[in-house]
Structure formats: C-alpha cells, structure tokens
Design a binder for this molecule. Structure first.
Ligand code: 13P
Length: 254
C-alpha cells in the first residue's frame, strides 16, 4: 500500500523569516499531527537559504526537502548546494529535474540521473519531476517524451534504488497557469509511467514507487487527483505558500 504524499514546492518564494512564520502557523494548527493521524506524508521543499530555519522549526514533524542539489560532494561550482551540506542539516528529500530548472538552468535528464544516484547513495529521497510542454502535448507526443525522461533519469538504478524514488508528473502547460490537467489526463499519464516502470523493474518495484501529479493543484481539486489509481499524491506550488490553503490541501483528502 503506497502512502499518500503531499509536497509543497515553494520555488523562489519566502525569505527565512517568512518561512519561519509559515512553520509557526503550521505548528499552531497541528498540521503534522493531523497528517500523521491520517497516514498522509506531508512536507515542503524550500529554497536553500530557508532549509536551516525550516528544519530547525519543524524537526521531523513534516518532510523538509531542498529544491535542487549538485551531484558532487564539493568543488568549484559557484552557487550550487551539495548533498553533504543538505545532510548536515538533516534534510532527507530533494526535488530533481523540475521543469523550471530544465528550462532555465539546462537541467537535462542525464544530469538528473547523476543527482538521483548521488542522493540515493547518501540516503536522501529524490523526487524526480517529469512532464511535457504544451507543444509536445498538442502534438500527441506526451507518452514518448515522458518515457524518455523516466528511462534517462532511472538509468543504472538497481531495483532497490528505483523503489526509493518518488516521481512527480507535472505537465508544463499546467504549472502556474490555473489550467490543470483533468483527472483523466493525469491518471492516463501516471498510469503510463507506472507501466514504463514495470517494463524496467517488474510489477513489484513499480507498485512501490509513488507517483505524484503537479500543476495548478488546489484544495478544491486535490481529492480528485488522489482518488485516481496511479496517483499517490500531489506536488503543489502556489497553493502551498499560504498555510491555510496548505492545510486545506490536507483536509480536502481526509
Ligand atoms: P503550481 O501548483 O503553482 O501550478 O506549481 C506546480 C509546480 O510546479 C510544483 O512543483
């Protein structure tokens, strides 16, 4: 049985003091307890400079993840964050290959693969993002495009490693646009991703891997996605920034 997973992605939002305000409010609301009591894994992926303050505040009550990392432990890579840096802050999760990084920072699936392998080797959970552009969707090429992203991202992963990866399917045309994919489209592609994983690793492993949908998920729409057979959770941008709407994402699925 795959546990439900709700992850916020703050992107480039919230200074450390704003982040702390969110955490204090979340604690006051008893959000972590509510999630745990209902067997939902819940957390936020936050900008690098917020990681320390958020982790210190939330401890292990909610998942705290980074939004990116480098695959090497150290070196002359100005502006990058290494996995040992994340580990020292007890950060256990990291987004990889978000479409915004693929678009603006030349993040290829090959680089994602290096990062996924390095995270797994260090005991962190990679949340591997995939998804097609509007042009690819309109051309009817979503499945072949996403399949390539999955195959390249999972290259050389053992069955045991693959089972630990979380996948987030986020069609680019649905991100921040309010034009979310219908439940049917989201399930069609998430089900297809599971089929690709079955081909690569067999049914036992494929059935263990959690697949999230992301793209304009709101409290009003989250339940519909999570009711789908192959959608195990959501990766939420805008609606995770306000603590009240973040809580509503949870209460909506209980
Ligand atoms: P929105 O929920 O703001 O559309 O963002 C989705 C996303 O990119 C999460 O990673």
């Amino acid at each position: 049985m795959r546990r439900k997973l709700l992850l916020g992605n703050w992107k480039m939002n919230k200074t450390p003091s704003e982040a702390l305000e969110f955490c204090n409010a979340a604690k006051e609301m008893g959000l972590a307890k509510l999630a745990r009591a209902n067997k939902v894994d819940m957390g936020v992926c936050v900008p690098a400079v917020d990681l320390q303050v958020v982790k210190k505040s939330l401890k292990n009550s909610l998942i705290v993840g980074a939004e990116n990392c480098h695959w090497l432990d150290h070196g002359a890579y100005t502006g990058e964050v290494s996995i040992p840096m994340l580990k020292e802050l007890n950060i256990g999760w990291c987004l990889i290959g978000h479409s915004e990084r693929r678009e603006y920072d030349n993040e290829t699936s090959e680089k994602c693969n290096l990062k996924i392998k390095a995270l797994l080797a260090n005991g962190l959970v990679p949340v591997y993002c995939c998804g097609e552009s509007e042009a690819t969707y309109d051309a009817g090429n979503t499945k072949s495009f996403v399949e390539e992203q999955i195959i390249a991202g999972f290259k050389d992963l053992s069955e045991e490693e693959a089972a630990k990866v979380v996948i987030a399917y986020e069609p680019i045309w649905a991100i921040g646009t309010g034009k979310n994919a219908s439940e049917e489209i989201a399930e069609d592609i998430c089900g297809f991703i599971r089929k690709v994983l079955k081909k690569l690793y067999g049914a036992k492993v494929a059935n263990k891997i959690r697949i999230l949908y992301g793209g304009s998920v709101k409290p009003a729409s989250v339940k519909g996605y999570l009711s789908q057979k192959d959608i195990d959770g959501a990766l939420v941008g805008g609606a995770s920034l306000d603590v009240n709407s973040y809580k509503q994402l949870l209460t909506a699925i209980l």
